[in-house]
Design a protein. Structure first.
Lengths: 412, 464
């Protein structure tokens, strides 16, 4: 195995079920220049430092033009980037405006106060398993739960959720580095652009509706709010709510599914969780380290030539931060390849770090904690039907497409 | 009990005494137990309260958001100590290895850790300091008293000294809707800690939030009415301010008086110790069984020319305490140096201020990210061509990068491009620190002397 072909192997679907040996190979050289010109950084401290480095941009417009096309990072020229792909000061302003109705300092209790509602949604989904001995955890639980939550939080009517499913999946596919022939890549880019336009049109209509008759949801708050930063432009409202919607659709589903898969592969831990539900708090952190829903960040680039672990990464080069690899770095974590639910000193990279640290992290944590506690508590003699399960295509937002699990009955 | 040459015996059944039961003392005690010390542990503290956290006292507590008894420090583990709270240590006998207490008792030790910290410097005119309405803020009792008085809605509060504590108090008062006058001897708030360029930003924040800020003046007198209640303050520019409350924020005094005749190298500037936290005696010889940590310590820092740094920083207290505790029960080959990079934060007027390094050493400053006018920025400080410190206003997430630049002695001005670089950030300007010989509110970093190159031994005895 040559190191230059590692990115191709990581994105190769055949390695989706277990990319971790590839990451271990990658870590032998903390910074690798891939055959496509991409620089891959795979060790914990190097990633951590780059996440806090003001010489590193998240704005793909800073990529060298000659490499931008080659790595499938062309943005839609008709729509501005979301704050995920912006630098300060634009990033900071948009993120502050989005945070105003979601978290501290302006709305510190929002997520906390959703506890009861989250519990009800989970109970309702599990109650629906009553007459079944086997379910697909993804379609029957891990997907509908966070989707319902993000739609309620934003204020998207439940009956429109199914339309979102397709749009969200297509757009999230754009995070996947390019593969296939040039025609296939172009067709994929075209499909993503169309999905963005359709979703944007839908959201613009909904935001206008909320502006005229506001409710207690985030779209209403974005459409009517006034703070020291003023208000988002209508286009930014659409872009930002698209970002939150996609993030809410495509990440927590993997955290919950990866979580149940890991628990079912470690029955002693599953039993410990049943006996001690408080274990779920460190357990979810360990999951974020061990099987993170976002495997790597594929859209950074240096503004100057920078030296990382003895290698110069040139200005404008595409830079991939391999979070899932860093979180398994034995230089940082003892027994890095072991799942230790109460691991101490667990500063994993599951939510990234620094400026772009996951916006929805508090909500994702709570969703995963409630979901895993209730699933293990209520489903009797829970077991895997198939291991490994079939995975989704996406190498960045990695997780099972289906997870068939069987059980003997339901507790109240 | 002689434990010479018997580290194992010390770890198993020795007696360790910690004088000073605030954050440094508590974290040291926890570290001792975590690292396997099973002997007797005695904690001595002059305050009756269990160890509590001080940063909230000038912020959430004054705002009434957190009751003062909710500031007790979370415990990392049980420490199984004999607690002697509410009893001050009054003397140290190095030869007998004994600490004398205010109640006449004495405690023998095999190893001693001194974490007595600092106290608020009181208003120098004693009669004026006793007026009803004159406060300092250091302890939880101070905070409770001040908070009660602010609840009564005084017509105007005078803050004397615009360092971090004074500025935070002014901020809390404005947030509560109280009228505030701030009197600062220097040219701007925070000027001693962050220099004049950043001080100007702090000044504009204060004025914009309605603070009556007066710089370049001192308070020459506090005047009471016949009932002994504060009514008026006289300033050096000849003006007077009608006030009902005055908070004296003139920095801190190190709690070393109890060591005056002990033979330890302790004085108004703190207790000198080596990088391993062992105290020096007055002859400049390092002791084997007396350790120091926290605000009261001053120790040489290799990153800053081996200058002895006194750091009144929360993070320093914790890390130095952990290092001291580790070294107290380790063989010399296992001991660690305390090489913490100075760092502190403040919250005032809705802005989070954070700094790394030692800004007062700098001669130049450059805004590397954001803008002073927007009050969201990172600025790097330079000294002799290297980055020596950085400060962030509402941009703290970047400081880890600058800390590494400082630790690697990276060149100044920085040669790299950064996100959010503005035209004003293209050239360094003078950092405008006041002449250190001019007394202002106590700086949070004190630089004093050199080691190991310095040959001169100067010991300042306790002032009368």
């Amino acid at each position: 195995m040559t190191s230059v072909a590692l990115l191709r192997q990581i994105t190769d679907y055949a390695n989706r079920a277990d990319p971790y040996p590839l990451y271990a190979e990658l870590r032998k050289t903390p910074v690798v220049r891939d055959e496509t010109g991409v620089y891959l950084v795979s060790t914990y401290w190097e990633i951590h430092h780059l996440l806090h480095d003001p010489r590193v941009s998240s704005d793909v417009r800073n990529l060298s033009p000659e490499v931008a096309g080659a790595v499938g990072q062309v943005e839609d020229p008709n729509l501005p980037p979301s704050f995920l792909r912006l630098d300060p000061p634009e990033h900071d302003r948009l993120r502050r405006l989005a945070m105003r109705p979601f978290g501290p300092p302006h709305t510190p209790r929002r997520v906390y106060e959703m506890r009861g509602e989250l519990g009800e949604i989970v109970s309702g989904l599990i109650d629906g398993f009553r007459d079944r001995g086997q379910i697909d955890l993804v379609d029957d639980f891990s997907y509908p739960f966070p989707v319902t939550v993000i739609c309620r939080l934003l204020g998207v009517p439940h009956e429109d959720e199914s339309r979102f499913h397709g749009w969200a999946d297509t757009i999230a596919g754009g995070l996947d580095p390019g593969h296939g022939t040039e025609e296939e890549r172009e067709a994929k880019q075209q499909a993503i652009r169309q999905a963005r336009v359709d979703l944007a049109g839908y959201l613009a209509g909904l935001i206008e509706e909320r502006r005229r008759s506001p409710r207690d949801d985030m779209l209403s708050a974005l459409a009517t709010g006034h703070g020291p930063d003023g208000q988002m432009s209508p286009v930014d409202m659409v872009i930002t709510s698209t970002l939150l919607l996609i993030a809410g659709h495509e990440t927590t589903v993997n955290l919950i599914t990866n979580g149940m898969l890991t628990l079912l592969r470690n029955p002693d831990v599953l039993q410990r969780l049943r006996e001690d539900p408080d274990l779920v708090v460190p357990l979810v952190e360990e999951l974020l380290r061990f099987e993170p829903p976002v495997q790597f960040i594929p859209h950074r680039t240096p503004l100057s030539d920078i030296e990382v672990a003895g290698t110069i990464i040139p200005k404008g080069a595409p830079l991939y931060l391999m979070l899932a690899s860093g979180s398994r770095d034995p230089q940082r974590f003892l027994d890095a390849d072991r799942f230790i639910p109460d691991r101490p000193d667990n500063q994993h990279l599951g939510f990234g770090s620094g400026l772009h640290n996951c916006f929805g992290a508090p909500l994702a944590r709570l969703e995963a904690q409630i979901a895993l506690t209730e699933l293990t508590r209520r489903l009797d003699n829970l077991r895997l039907v198939e291991d490994p399960p079939p995975y989704r295509q996406n190498a960045v937002l990695r997780g099972p497409r289906h997870l068939a699990v069987a059980f003997d009955g339901l507790k109240q | 009990m002689s434990l010479d040459g018997s580290l194992e015996k010390l770890r198993r059944e020795g007696h360790i005494v910690i004088v000073g039961a605030s954050i440094a003392g508590l974290r040291a005690a926890e570290t001792l137990r975590a690292e396997g010390f099973t002997g007797t542990l005695t904690m001595i503290g002059d305050e009756p309260n269990e160890p509590y956290d001080r940063p909230p006292l000038s912020k959430q507590v004054l705002l009434g958001r957190v009751p003062v008894d909710h500031t007790r420090l979370p415990r990392r583990r049980t420490v199984d100590a004999r607690w002697r709270l509410g009893v001050a240590a009054t003397g140290l006998d190095l030869a007998a290895k004994r600490v004398h207490l205010a109640d006449g008792d004495a405690v023998d030790y095999d190893r001693l850790l001194i974490t007595t910290g600092v106290r608020a410097r009181p208003w120098p005119q004693e009669l004026e300091a006793e007026l009803d309405g004159v406060f300092v803020l250091r302890t939880s009792d101070d905070a409770a008293r001040l908070q009660r008085r602010l609840n009564a809605g005084p017509r105007r509060v005078l803050v004397i000294g615009a360092g971090f504590t004074g500025s935070e108090i002014a901020s809390a008062c404005r947030e509560r809707g109280l009228e505030v006058t701030v009197a600062e001897r220097g040219a701007a708030p925070l000027v001693g800690a962050l220099g004049g360029v950043v001080g100007e930003v702090a000044a504009s924040m204060q004025r914009e939030h309605g603070v009556d800020l007066r710089c370049g003046v001192t308070v020459t007198g506090l005047e009471g009415d016949s009932a002994g209640r504060l009514r008026r303050a006289h300033l050096s520019d000849g003006s007077t301010v009608e006030v009902e409350v005055a908070v004296v924020c003139l920095g801190a005094t190190r709690n070393t008086e109890w060591l005056a005749s002990s033979g330890l190298g302790a004085g108004p500037r703190g207790i000198a110790c080596d990088a391993g936290c062992r105290a020096f005696d007055v002859r400049g010889i390092v002791t084997d069984d007396v350790f120091v940590a926290g605000d009261v310590a001053r120790s040489p820092h290799p990153l800053f020319g081996y200058q002895f740094l006194s750091l009144e920083h929360w993070g320093n207290a914790i890390e130095q305490a952990e290092t001291a505790a580790h070294n107290m029960i380790s063989a010399s080959s296992d001991r660690r140096p305390h090489v913490w990079t100075p760092s502190f934060w403040s919250a005032q007027f809705g802005v989070n201020i954070k700094s790394v390094g030692v800004p007062p050493m700098a001669d130049e400053i450059i805004v590397t990210q954001g803008s002073l006018a927007e009050r969201r920025f990172v600025a790097a400080y330079g000294f002799q061509g290297r980055i020596i410190a950085a400060v962030a206003f509402d941009q703290a997430k970047w400081l880890e990068f600058y800390q590494r630049q400082i630790e690697q002695a990276a060149p100044f001005p920085p040669e790299f491009a950064t996100v959010d670089r503005r035209p004003e950030g293209m050239h360094p300007v003078p950092a405008e620190f006041p002449d250190p010989s001019m007394p202002s509110h106590g700086p949070t970093v004190t630089l004093s002397g050199h080691s190991p190159s310095e040959r001169r031994i100067s010991f300042t005895p306790l002032r009368a």
